[in-house]
Structures are given as structure tokens and as C-alpha cells.
Design a binder for this molecule. Structure first.
Ligand code: CDT
Length: 305
């Protein structure tokens, strides 16, 4: 049995004036806790180093905007996290805002192995929200202004004795996210998220945030025979309430661990990566049962009526 003990390291709110040093201190506390529980991998949320800054229109203050991005990973403030991972012998997933030397801005995650080495980088594909300032909203969701869509798609990496994929927040609502990684045999998909409880374009969805969160990740796990680890930055951050409820989901679609607070909290599960085979070799044996040629029918005119 290939067993990977995983820690979902949920974060509570990070305020606008919270320093990187303070955040990295919190991440290290959670990493040490995960190590004390014998985890081989600890998963942090999306944009885990700062407040969720796309909630503000920041064009008038480019200096503040730039302050939320990392130009290096590891960089001066995050090197401590890599050093700690190496010293403890634990891997991690971390979401952050990336500013490249070419000036491109991405919503990014990295996977780092137990020796502190970078395994892979993922740049968010499905960017939600809006491009323009909409002052009538109680808060902005300007991911589409302050990030560029990730151009590289969904990859997987051989690490932790398994096949690991990465996604970020809104990606989890889209079936193709899981399917593209499952077609590359993903056995565990790591997803950090920041999900406001209030959805301005259609507030009737507000009371369904928790249901939809579980619905999409449980379906993604089951329909693709893969583990899914969903990790929130939750709680009331700068007046905006965000969903917590970080979860670890088995290839059966069952939740095996779930956070109970809206603050910094570690939840742990032993993940048997071989459990994926039950589903990948039976009901969801893609080579045997999928019929991709049928997916093209919607673009073809009907004949022989
Ligand atoms: N960060 C992120 O992707 N959040 C979105 C909010 C959608 S509403 C603009 C999510 O899917 O949870």
C-alpha cells in the first residue's frame, strides 16, 4: 500500500497590514504541527502569503499592488519555509501571487518535495470575477484584472510515491480540471481556495457555498478515482466572510477529514494512493469505457432523422 499522510493546513484571515514574516511564522507553526503528526505533505491555501488583495481596486496605488506579489520563489521572506521543510523532511503545496521578470502576473501554486526542492509550478487557468472596477459591489473580485490566465494547463508530477496534480480555487468548479489531470493518471489533486460567502452577481447562491464546495470536489474525486485535498483561507478577512471547511476526499468521493473552525487549523488523513485503482480499474476505467469520439457530436449536424 502506498500511503501518504497529508495535512490540510487551513488559514484564518490575513489582514491588509499583516507582514509576510507574520504569515510565514503561521505557516511554519502549521508545518511543524503536520510534521509532529507524521505528515509527508502539508497543503496551504491559494494566495496564502497575503490578504486576498483582488477584493480592492488598486490601480491608484501600484506600490501596494506590487507588494502582494512574489518575484522569486523561494524569495527573501519564503526561504525560511523551504528551509524548515527540508529540515523536517516534509513537502508542501503553497499558493501565492507571482510577478515574473517579464512583468506577467499569475495566481500560482508550487509543489515542493521533502528535500525542499521545487517539484512543479501551476498557474491558475480559470480566473473568476471581473476586469473592471465595479464600485457598486460591496467588495471587488478583480482576479481577471490582476492576474493573467495560466497558459500551461493542468499537469501532474511524480512525487511522494504517487502522481500529484495542482489546481486553484475556481478551477475546482470545472469538471475538465479533474478530468485533464485524471487522464494523466492523477492520484491526488491539491486545491487551495478563497471563496467569499457573498456572490454579488447572484446572491441566491450565497447559502449554497458550502454545498457547492463539497459537491464539486466530491464529484471530481469520485468521477476520476483520485484523492482531492481542498484547503481554504476562511473566516472574516477585512470584513469579507469566506468559506472555511477544508476537506480531504477519498477516491470514493467520501470526505475523510474536514476542518471545524474558520481559523488556522490542520486536518490530517492517511491517503492510500492505491485506493485510486479500485475506481480507475473498474467503473472509471477510462480506456475501456470512455467514448471521446462521442463528445464531438454536439458540434455536428444531426443526420438520418
Ligand atoms: N479565488 C477564487 O477563485 N474564488 C472563486 C470565487 C468565485 S466568485 C467571484 C471561487 O470559485 O470560489
Amino acid at each position: 500500500m502506498r500511503s501518504l499522510r497529508v495535512g490540510a493546513a487551513q488559514l484564518g484571515p490575513i489582514m491588509r497590514d499583516t507582514t509576510r514574516r507574520e504569515v510565514v511564522d503561521r505557516l511554519i507553526v502549521l508545518m511543524r504541527e503536520a510534521n509532529a503528526e507524521d505528515c509527508g505533505l502539508v497543503v496551504f491555501p491559494e494566495l496564502a502569503l497575503t490578504t486576498f488583495f483582488p477584493r480592492w481596486y488598486l490601480d491608484d496605488d501600484p506600490q501596494e499592488l506590487d507588494s502582494y506579489y512574489e518575484t522569486q520563489m523561494p524569495g527573501p521572506e519564503t526561504q525560511r519555509l523551504f528551509d524548515e521543510a527540508k529540515a523536517l523532511g516534509i513537502g508542501f503545496y503553497l499558493g501565492y501571487a507571482e510577478l515574473t521578470p517579464e512583468g506577467e502576473r499569475y495566481n500560482t501554486s508550487v509543489l515542493v518535495d521533502e528535500s525542499g526542492s521545487l517539484v512543479g509550478k501551476y498557474r491558475k487557468v480559470h480566473l473568476p470575477g471581473h476586469e473592471e472596477h465595479e464600485p457598486e459591489r460591496p467588495f471587488q473580485h478583480l482576479e481577471r484584472r490582476y492576474f493573467k490566465e495560466g497558459p500551461d494547463g493542468f499537469g501532474v508530477w511524480e512525487a511522494f510515491d504517487g502522481i500529484i496534480g495542482m489546481a486553484l480555487c475556481n478551477d475546482r468548479r470545472w469538471p475538465e480540471t479533474y478530468r485533464v489531470m485524471a487522464l494523466q493518471n492523477a492520484e491526488m489533486i491539491l486545491i487551495g481556495y478563497n471563496t467569499p460567502m457573498h456572490y454579488a452577481p447572484d446572491p441566491s447562491q450565497n447559502p449554497l457555498q458550502s454545498f457547492h464546495n463539497q459537491l464539486v470536489m466530491q464529484a471530481g474525486a469520485y468521477q476520476n478515482g483520485t484523492w482531492v485535498v481542498g484547503v481554504a483561507k476562511g473566516g472574516i478577512e477585512e470584513g469579507v466572510d469566506s468559506l472555511a471547511e477544508s476537506v480531504i476526499i477519498a477516491p470514493s468521493g467520501q470526505i475523510v477529514a474536514q476542518a471545524t473552525t474558520t481559523d488556522d487549523e490542520l486536518v490530517v488523513a492517511d491517503c492510500d494512493l492505491d485506493w485510486c485503482k479500485h475506481y480507475k480499474n473498474t467503473l472509471f476505467d477510462f480506456d475501456r469505457y470512455r467514448r471521446p469520439e462521442m463528445y464531438e457530436l454536439i458540434t455536428r449536424p444531426k443526420t438520418d432523422q
